[in-house]
Ligand binder design. Structure first.
Ligand SMILES: Nc1ncnc2c1ncn2[C@@H]1O[C@H](COP(=O)(O)OP(=O)(O)OP(=O)(O)O)[C@@H](O)[C@H]1O
Ligand code: NI
Length: 316
């Protein structure tokens, strides 16, 4: 069952030098309880897609088209108070840098407690504090650490607190945008394991944004690959990685080292297009070894094939 159904989403940034078509017609359905990862090179529109869901796109960005159905409600039609009810409470967010949204002057426990009160999940200060302690324990931080300030914690612990703060509100979906990019690999694995635990034990739906397809393969149920503002491939994580259909996915996999396999690392030649003026036809065609004349003038759309897989390659 789909908890989130994104239909033909278009998000543009209106800059002095032109309109950046950061997300340009993306359709994506997220199933309840699954872990889906959005992967792709820098600038492919992953964060823009993720931020659009809780409507956190700031000017000069604007959602210019499409629908985002959350349990049947179009989030794009909501405003003000109604929107705030969904944000946080139904859709939790975690970002790369938790210091950006943890208040340095307040203890971590009081920040979590306050948001519980704000969302009406606790009826008294003491209840909120006790629930904040539960949330910290859930992410592996002893409840007596509720009285520390963010700077007294390590980067990994701060990210745990950010996850605790998000999960305390019992959202249905947790959207995590590069939550471990600033952390070392050991801490990264711990944070990913924690998110996996929340998915398995609480039925949390997880959307992870990462440029690391290896990481996505290890933890996700499904992987969605973005290129230049479009979705180019989607499917069960293992299938996508072991048997990519789209040449971009294939080249993306070969461009990163695989710790389990001794093979040559091949960077993708060229660079992603300028999204103010993307190439016609398939946006990947200028870099694609399989390019046919068709690819230069026919704009592909994602089509589903067997095994729950979909791709937008015109020649495969
Ligand atoms: N505030 C902004 N103003 C103008 N352009 C923006 C803004 N934010 C993002 N963009 C542009 O939108 C496009 C998509 O950016 P986005 O951050 O969504 O990509 P991403 O896949 O998350 O990249 P990364 O892996 O580097 O985080 C890029 O071309 C980027 O330059
Ligand atoms: Ni990003």
């Amino acid at each position: 069952m789909a908890v989130l159904d994104i239909q033909d989403l278009k998000v543009h940034y209106y800059t002095l030098t032109g309109i950046v078509r950061a997300v340009d017609g993306v359709s994506l359905s997220v199933n309840k309880g699954e872990w889906i990862s959005i992967v792709g090179e820098s600038g492919s529109g992953k964060s823009t897609l993720a931020l659009s869901i809780p409507r956190l796109i700031m000017p000069p960005g604007r959602i210019v088209g499409g629908r985002i159905l959350y349990s049947g409600v179009d989030l794009l039609s909501l405003a003000g108070e109604e929107l705030r009810r969904y944000r946080g409470r139904e859709i939790g967010m975690v970002f790369q840098d938790p210091t950006a949204y943890l208040d340095p002057y307040r203890t971590v426990g009081s920040q979590i407690a306050e948001s519980l009160l704000e969302h009406g999940l606790a009826s008294s200060g003491s209840e909120a504090e006790s629930m904040a302690g539960d949330a910290l324990e859930l992410v592996g931080i002893p409840r007596d650490r509720a009285s520390v300030y963010p700077h007294q914690l390590s980067g990994g612990q701060r990210q745990r607190v950010a996850i605790a703060a998000a999960v305390a509100l019992e959202p249905k979906i947790l959207i995590a945008d590069e939550p471990t990019t600033a952390l070392d690999v050991v801490v990264q694995a711990k944070i990913m394991d924690l998110m996996k635990k929340l998915q398995e034990e609480r039925g949390l739906t997880v959307m992870l944004v990462t440029h690391d397809i290896g990481l996505a393969a290890e933890y996700s149920d499904r992987i969605a690959v973005m290129y230049a503002g479009e979705l180019v491939e989607i499917g069960p994580a293992e299938d996508v990685v072991s048997n990519p259909i789209h040449p971009y996915t294939e080249m993306l996999i070969k461009s990163v080292p695989d710790p389990w396999e001794d093979r040559e690392v091949k960077p993708i030649p060229g660079s992603p297009p300028d999204l103010r003026n993307p190439p016609p036809g398939c946006r990947f065609h200028p870099r694609c070894p399989l390019r046919q004349p068709l690819c230069t003038n026919t704009r592909p759309s994602l089509r589903m094939v067997d095994g729950g897989r979909g791709h937008s390659c015109l020649v495969r």
